[in-house]
Design a protein around this ligand. Structure first.
Ligand code: MN
Length: 236
């Protein structure tokens, strides 16, 4: 018996070509190659998870590229959890890559920025942590990576102290400044390139500030990075 390997369309994320333009289904698309994520990158969040921000380096993990959810589509509450947590994050999209990239040239790889949610099955993550198991079951499930349109870096400029925030049913649950990140965007890319050959189409979720908690069916999530983008969707 022969099996035919089917070629799937790459998962794509819409691109917002200027800050004013409304993104439509016909918007240019950014083909996602891989999703990398950083854990423990805001000190208040490290503390709320029971860690010591000074002693623990960021943790890298990944999600399948087809975990992205675009255009503010609803997210189906996933199976196998009773504790689905939201984590709002700045997302960095790469237009080029390499191995062991020098910190000085690393920003040449960046195409643009977006806002995303790193959905986490916290109950499964707690089991994985306590037993020293991988995080795949906690992090790598379908629809675990909602993402806004990507705004090119030329439209964004310096990130500086812009605010990152998340509202659950109109109540602010997460709010921080991007300059509270323990590892900056250039440091994250340079460090990640020590372990993986980064490629055009890679996107990186850069960690979440404090305030993570459970969300459930019927909840509305509005997430924002000031001057970058907004996500607005429901869990169904
Ligand atoms: Mn996260």
């Amino acid at each position: 018996m022969k099996f035919v390997v089917q070629q799937h369309e790459p998962t794509t994320v819409p691109v917002r070509l200027d800050a004013q333009a409304e993104v439509s289904e016909q918007a240019p698309r950014f083909p996602v190659h891989r999703i990398y994520c950083v854990g423990r990158n805001y000190s208040e969040h490290v503390k709320e998870m029971g860690g010591d921000p000074k002693q623990e380096p960021p943790v890298f993990f990944s999600k399948p590229a087809n975990a992205c959810v675009t255009f503010n589509q609803d997210v189906a509450y996933p199976q196998a959890t009773n504790d689905l947590h939201y984590e709002v994050e700045l997302v960095v999209a790469l237009k080029s890559g390499g191995k062991d990239i020098d910190l000085k040239s690393v920003m040449d790889c960046v195409y643009g920025y977006a806002v995303g949610i790193d959905f986490t099955r916290r109950d499964l993550q707690d089991i994985a942590k306590s037993k020293g198991r991988p995080w795949d079951l906690a992090k790598g499930f379908d629809q675990s990576a909602p993402i806004s349109a990507i705004l090119p870096i030329s439209e964004v400029g310096q990130l500086g102290d812009r605010q990152i925030s998340l509202k659950l049913n109109d109540e602010t649950r997460q709010q921080a400044s991007l300059n509270e990140m323990i590892w900056s965007v250039p440091e994250i890319i340079a460090e990640l390139s020590k372990y993986f050959e980064l490629k055009s189409g890679d996107i990186i979720y850069t960690g979440t500030p404090s305030g993570v908690a459970a969300a459930t069916k019927g909840d509305r999530i509005v997430a924002c990075v000031e001057g970058v983008g907004t996500l607005d969707f429901k869990i169904v």
